[in-house]
Design a protein around this ligand. Structure first.
Ligand SMILES: [Zn+2]
Length: 157
């Protein structure tokens, strides 16, 4: 299973054509780029991002010009496993429009505590670092998309 990683400057994704790793800077997540090696176009982050530290989470959520949908999950949670492919589907169809990220609450208990995660999976949508909506429980990609659209609409009012 492929996923994107975070570093101090941005999101590292693999080129789907040649496998070259390319970094998309946090501030430019809404802009397409070309692979540094084969020059094929990379539409954006098309897969869920594994959040590996609170620091990287802060940077991603705070600097991303795109809304960031975060799935708080745990390895022992059955519904989380069911919803994982739905997140992959959503990430693939929303590349360049939405960032999809995953927080393993076992590895990042500080983030789970900070956002008072009591049930998993819980999905929180962030815009410019601020919580714009949250929902708990597994659901198909179409329903997750609906939750995102609804939250963004309400956040703008
Ligand atoms: Zn390439």
């Amino acid at each position: 299973m492929s996923s994107a990683q975070l570093d101090d400057k941005g999101v590292v994704v693999s080129c789907q054509h040649c496998g070259q790793r390319n970094r998309i800077q946090y501030e430019r997540l809404n802009q397409p780029l070309r692979c540094g090696k084969c020059k094929s176009s990379i539409p954006g982050v098309a897969m869920p991002i594994d959040v590996d530290s609170e620091q990287h989470f802060n940077t991603l959520a705070g600097l991303s010009p795109l809304p960031v949908l975060v799935d708080f999950w745990a390895p022992w949670c059955g519904p989380c496993k069911m919803v994982a492919p739905e997140f992959e589907r959503l990430a693939a169809t929303t590349a360049g429009k939405l960032i999809v990220a995953k927080v393993n609450t076992e590895e990042q208990p500080n983030l789970a505590h900070r956002y008072a995660i009591h049930a998993i999976p819980t999905m929180i949508l962030f815009t410019h670092g601020e919580e714009a909506g949250r929902v708990s429980g597994a659901r198909p990609a179409s329903a997750i998309q609906q939750f995102v659209d609804e939250s963004l609409r309400q956040a703008k009012v």
